[in-house]
Design a protein around this ligand. Structure first.
Ligand code: NAD
Length: 355
């Protein structure tokens, strides 16, 4: 029973889920009223992108296979010109957050509908949030035109996701749900999705580490990432996302490992200010303490736990603290510079989260 008033922003995305569901691509394009789709993928996923374009046959307008991290504006411009010159009336994005981000950059200017076929657990496919990088500065914004109209979650497409990236990408998804549970605009429905999403990922990631091609575990993880992505698309994020945005944007740290390392420390920082959220996170990860449970989930599954191991230098911690404290997002506990600096020091060293 709701204990207070709330607003819920439902996002109208059609979701087609299941092993082999990429076979429904043409049906789903037609349901969108589209005839000619430009397929996007990263260079590393060229073979997959080409096979999707081949599957679409005459309904493929072409393949743009150069999606890159953080969506540089020059690339976005090139992709927009390509879509327009090929007469595309739809974008099919096959890949992780970077490829889906490129599709969003096209949709932002052209309003072309996006059909996303994610291959990681990052969750971008369920959000109206876009990011663009110009002269080394990443800016983000929210625009409903960039929210994919249809998402095909085919777990078979994740079988090739390397184990290390599966774990960090899965914990990246957990981070959306964890912060969603203590968001200022949290509501009963997103909290249900958050708890269920965290639980699905916490139980499936160890199974994926043990057997990367376990179809049931891959489907369970994708189900969890869908739910966590939907939370990110509906409610606001807090300290954890601000820290990761800062570390990724200003120090060029890799996206998913950064989320994995920072999350337990951000939760420890907020623990006393958000006790109900912590209880639900702890229950979902099967541990008595939310922050410690996530730290152990990462460690037990071979994920990095120290910023120093993924490219951060100790002499950058002061600047990172200043950046994280400026233009801060709303957070359940006010930002205290010394405590944030101490948080980053622990994350840098790979220490356990503050008890
Ligand atoms: P990514 O898309 O950059 O992919 C990482 C690497 O994995 C790439 O080389 C890619 O080709 C490869 N890859 C992806 N799927 C694979 C698969 N199934 N098999 C083999 N290789 C595969 O990584 P990501 O973590 O998915 O996305 C990170 C980006 O997404 C960041 O820029 C982040 O800011 C953005 N993001 C945006 C939102 C949003 O709501 N706007 C949400 C989450 C992430």
């Amino acid at each position: 029973m709701p204990t207070s008033d709330f607003v819920y922003n439902g996002r109208a995305t059609r979701v087609v889920f299941g092993s082999g569901s990429r076979a429904h691509l043409e049906r789903e394009l037609l349901a969108l009223g589209a005839q000619r789709a430009l397929v996007l993928c990263s260079p590393e996923q060229h073979a997959l992108g080409a096979s999707v374009a081949e599957q679409l046959a005459s309904r493929s307008a072409g393949l743009f296979d150069r999606a890159a991290m953080h969506v540089p504006v020059e690339l976005a411009l090139e992709a927009r010109v390509t879509a327009s010159s090929l007469g595309a009336d739809c974008i099919v994005a096959v890949g992780g957050g970077s490829t889906i981000g490129l599709a969003k950059a096209i949709a932002l200017e052209s309003s072309l509908p996006i059909l996303a076929m994610p291959t990681t657990y990052a969750g971008s496919e369920m959000t109206p949030i876009y990011g663009l990088t110009e002269a080394g500065q990443k800016r983000t914004g929210t625009d409903i035109r960039v929210l994919p109209k249809t998402v095909i979650y085919d777990p078979d497409l994740t079988l090739t996701l390397p184990v290390a990236l599966s774990v960090t990408s899965g914990i990246n998804a957990i981070a959306h749900a964890a912060e969603g549970l203590y968001a200022r605009d949290a509501n009963p429905l997103t909290s249900l999705m958050a708890e269920e999403g965290i639980a699905a990922l916490a139980r499936s990631l160890p199974k994926i580490v043990a057997k990367p091609d376990d179809p049931a575990a891959r489907a369970d993880a994708f189900y969890g990432s869908w739910l966590c992505g939907a939370v990110l698309g509906s409610v606001g994020m807090a300290l954890h996302h601000k820290l990761c945005h800062t570390l990724g944007g200003s120090f060029d740290l890799p996206h998913a490992p950064t989320h994995t390392i920072v999350l337990p420390h951000a939760l420890a920082y907020n623990a006393e200010a958000a006790p109900e959220a912590m209880k639900r996170i702890a229950k979902a990860v099967g541990h008595e303490n939310a922050a410690q449970g996530l730290y152990e989930l990462a460690r037990a599954n071979g994920a990095p736990t120290a910023l120093k191991d993924i490219g951060m230098r100790e002499d950058q911690l002061d600047r990172a603290t200043d950046l994280a404290c400026s233009n801060a997002y709303w957070n359940p506990r006010p930002l205290e510079r010394d405590a944030i600096r101490a948080l980053l020091q622990r994350a840098f060293e790979g220490a356990a989260p503050k008890p």
